[in-house]
Design a protein around this ligand. Structure first.
Ligand SMILES: C[S@@+](CC[C@H](N)C(=O)[O-])C[C@H]1O[C@@H](n2cnc3c(N)ncnc32)[C@H](O)[C@@H]1O
Length: 279
């Protein structure tokens, strides 16, 4: 289980873009940190491990909730994101530490009371083996709470930009493998349940969370700029070398239709909220 493609991806230009846009991404994804923490039910002095922690926003919030006892640990394969997470921990004084490591092979010591994640667990080549390993980092009786995206078709924030680009594509995008490592790999709820039970997790519960998310940018123009740099559209533009100006215009028009009264672009999203126990 090498996860080599994802390790390369998150250490390349994409990882750097996540660093550059980290404050805007954190603002957009803050409601999902709320979702994870509401389900996690953290108690003072618990030791929390955050998988695929990125720049550490969720880890830092967990550390603030549990206090200085054992603190929180964030694990991620991206060197630029871990560097930013460490700098944020120093700046905030939060009792959090960060490891540059692949969660599918890393083992925490001592074992954590709970594993959490905000969209950081869908990138494993062999998810059942990865979740079996993650379970080794959680004490007997410990628990897990994470969010992962449902399918592209029910996530307008990701689908709409692709639709805007469709007329300008040089070739039809190859049919996507819905289980391939990536943001939508856990779209099939039954598959997620199977992966977790195969990995030895008990009491697996998976609930839908459908919510509107406010995209970065004060207006459609700046949101379009953001979407062209990060996410599924940016990958498509890069892969096909498409004329960006035409796509930008089409995207701005489409985003205008999703403006909230304050002018900001707000779109539908759907994810799964997953909990399980290491019984
Ligand atoms: C969509 S980002 C989410 C980052 C962060 N959880 C957040 O909400 O801001 C996914 C993260 O998973 C990390 N990741 C991917 N594969 C990983 C692996 N095998 N082990 C640890 N982290 C991984 C990436 O480097 C990236 O930071």
């Amino acid at each position: 289980m090498s996860n080599a493609d994802q390790v390369e991806y998150w250490n390349g230009p994409a990882g750097q873009k996540w660093v550059d846009q980290s404050d805007r991404l954190d603002a957009m994804l803050a409601p999902f940190a709320d979702t994870v923490l509401a389900r996690a039910g953290l108690k003072p002095d618990e030791f929390v491990m955050d998988i695929g922690c990125g720049a550490g926003a969720l880890t830092l919030r967990a550390a603030a909730e549990t206090g200085a006892g054992q603190g929180a640990l964030g694990v991620d394969v991206s060197a630029p994101l871990i560097a930013l997470a460490r700098a944020r921990a120093v700046a905030s004084g939060a009792p959090a530490r960060f490891e540059l490591a692949d969660a599918s092979t890393y083992t925490a010591s001592p074992a954590a009371d709970i594993v959490i994640s905000r969209f950081g667990v869908m990138f494993f080549d062999d998810p059942a083996a990865a979740f079996a390993n993650i379970r080794q980092s959680v004490r007997q009786g410990g628990r897990m709470a994470f969010v992962c995206w449902q399918g592209l078709a029910v996530n307008d924030w990701a689908l709409a930009p692709l639709q805007a680009a469709m007329p300008f594509l040089k070739e039809a995008p190859p049919p996507a493998d819905p289980t391939a490592p990536g943001p939508f790999a856990f779209q099939d709820k039954d598959r997620v349940a199977r992966i977790l039970s195969d990995a030895g997790w008990a009491n697996v519960a998976i609930d839908p969370v459908e919510t509107a998310i406010v995209l970065p940018g004060d207006d459609a123009l700046s949101t379009a700029g953001f979407m062209m740099q990060l996410g599924p559209l940016s990958r498509l533009l890069e892969a096909q070398g498409i004329d960006e100006a035409q796509v930008r215009d089409a995207l701005i028009q489409l985003l205008q239709q999703h403006k909230a009264p304050d002018g900001r672009v707000t779109m539908k999203s759907a994810c799964w909220r997953v909990t399980a126990d290491n019984a």
